[in-house]
Design a protein around this ligand. Structure first.
Ligand code: TXA
Ligand code: MG
Length: 317
């Protein structure tokens, strides 16, 4: 699945990163979704360093990253439907939230004191190499400072939290570009806590219908955290940008001009997802009066793209 990586870290570099993790230090880790800021999930001091580096509210729990299903089952009680989902989508952009079974392997602080734990097996050779050499779960939120867009390149990750990390591993540009889909398992119910790299349709095809949740924010604390908003105001569903506005286009009919970034000239949602955060960062850096965004179809990956766009526009309801 992975694309060639120019500066793929060698064994020695991976060894140094693993050794830093063992000492409770932080490592910028590439995954297929976005770059993570990783630490030993069992070490509360290391986890506290990640909260501090991101400026992240401590009520917001972290995802424990593991190599695969066997390692996941040691920390989370995965029922039949959860295992079906893990079989279908791991390694890959799916996070499962389930009751915690080993509360030392993923410490209280990493779980924000909850009795559940979020777990995922990333589909990236560098992340997998680090996880298997480390041998235990790694807590890794996205490597942005809280309230900023998730980094999808090593340069953006280094800009955000590089100063707090002892090592930064280059895994190339992230293939998916949006964070993982978070699915919660609560008393036999399956809830979509965060749309992401695996679509609702893909989940439902494997595990049956997802329940709608009225109180999803309480169950997924991250939905309450500050989210990325560019300095310029944003307007969504705009077909014709006004003069002076930056424009994020989608599809072949984009207007020509200096402040236009096309998420996908071919109108391909996968490409748009992969480019979304980098285009938002670029448009914001240009310092426009406003950022207008073309309509993006709300099907498939479009659900997650529109979720991130609404949050960036300050519409979190
Ligand atoms: O793709 C991704 O998921 C990336 C890469 C690095 O793996 N990670 C990521 O982590 O996006 P973060 O911390 O930025 O987002 C994790 C989300 C948050 O919304 C958090 O609230 C939710 O997962 N979460 C974690 N543990 C949870 C739990 N026990 N119950 C409910 N939600 C949980
Ligand atoms: Mg994040």
């Amino acid at each position: 699945m992975s694309e060639p990586i120019e500066n793929r870290p060698d064994d020695a570099e991976i060894g140094r990163a693993v050794e830093a993790l063992e000492r409770g230090r932080l490592v910028i880790l590439p995954t297929e979704t976005v770059y993570g800021l990783a630490c030993d999930a069992a070490n509360p001091e290391a986890v506290a360093r990640v909260f501090a580096a991101k400026g992240r509210p401590r009520f917001n729990p972290m995802i424990a990253h593991v190599t695969g299903i066997d390692a996941a089952r040691r920390i989370a009680a995965l029922d039949g439907r959860a295992l079906d989902l893990a079989e279908a989508f791991w390694p890959g952009p799916l996070t499962l939230v389930a009751p915690a079974v080993d509360t030392a392997a993923v410490c209280d602080l990493a779980r924000a004191g909850l009795d559940s734990v979020a777990v995922r097996a990333p589909d990236h050779p560098v992340a997998q190499a680090v996880l298997s050499r480390f041998g235990r779960p790694l807590a890794a939120p996205s490597a942005n400072r809280s309230g900023r867009p998730s980094p999808t390149t090593i340069a953006d990750a280094a800009d955000e939290t590089g100063a707090q990390a002892e090592a930064a591993l280059d895994g190339g540009p992230c293939r998916v570009g949006l964070e993982s889909t978070v699915v919660g398992l609560f008393r036999g119910e399956l809830l979509l806590l965060r749309p992401g790299g695996v679509t609702r349709q893909q989940i439902e095809a494997v595990a049956g219908p997802l329940s709608e949740s009225g109180d999803e924010a309480r169950r997924s604390p991250g939905r309450l955290s500050p989210h990325y908003a560019p300095s310029a105001p944003m307007r969504l569903d705009v077909r014709q940008p006004a003069p002076g506005e930056a424009y994020l286009a989608f599809g072949p009919d984009a207007p020509a001009g200096g402040l236009v970034w096309n998420l996908s000239p071919a109108g391909d949602l996968q490409e748009a997802a992969a480019r979304l955060f980098a285009c938002l960062r670029a448009a914001d850096r240009a310092g426009p009066g406003a950022i207008a965004v073309a309509p993006v179809p709300d099907e498939g990956l479009g659900e997650a793209i529109n979720d991130r766009l609404r949050r960036a526009a300050g519409k979190t309801g």
